[in-house]
Design a protein around this ligand. Structure first.
Ligand code: 5GP
Ligand code: ZN
Length: 138
């Protein structure tokens, strides 16, 4: 179902134009209008899912499955040295369009793209306790 006033619903369903790399009945792949690097692509489901907490596993699987094919095609064309896959959930995590999408960001030696975090610290006990807590919910 399309969400009113959602730009990615409109793009994914072809109501607003975008440079489309690929389209099938479930998904559209477009080039990002404000690319982090040349070739920065977005995989967008046609159905409105807000984020990772909202999407079902089968639909999410289709997104990542297509990413394998798009990534290979991008590598062939762009000759990138690497590629980041980024998927933001929630404003605090950098999400600005609240319709789930996967970023495929080609990386080139010496580029100035920033994706990442400073490594933190942990103890084995803390990790085991937390892993157990989360495991119980899966
Ligand atoms: P987010 O921050 O939500 O993970 O990523 C949203 C992305 O969508 C941004 O990289 C932004 O440049 C891109 N974007 C936003 N509006 C449009 C649009 O109208 N067309 C295209 N092609 N990309 C868009
Ligand atoms: Zn939407």
């Amino acid at each position: 179902m399309e969400e009113k006033d959602c730009i990615f619903c409109k793009i994914a369903n072809g109501e607003i134009p975008a440079a489309t790399i690929y389209e099938n009945s479930d998904l559209r792949v477009i080039l990002d209008v404000a690319p982090a690097n040349r070739g920065h692509a977005l995989i967008i489901p046609k159905e409105h899912f807000k984020d990772i907490f909202d999407i079902d596993a089968v639909s999410a699987g289709k997104v990542f499955s297509l990413a394998t094919e798009v990534a290979r095609a991008m590598k062939d064309v762009l000759h990138c040295d690497g590629l980041n896959i980024v998927q933001n959930n929630g404003a605090v995590a950098g999400q600005t369009v609240f319709h789930l999408h996967l970023h495929l960001i080609p990386r080139f030696e010496g580029d100035s793209v920033h994706v990442g975090w400073e490594p933190g610290s942990s103890t084995p006990e803390e990790l085991q306790t937390l892993a157990k807590e989360i495991r119980k919910r899966i």
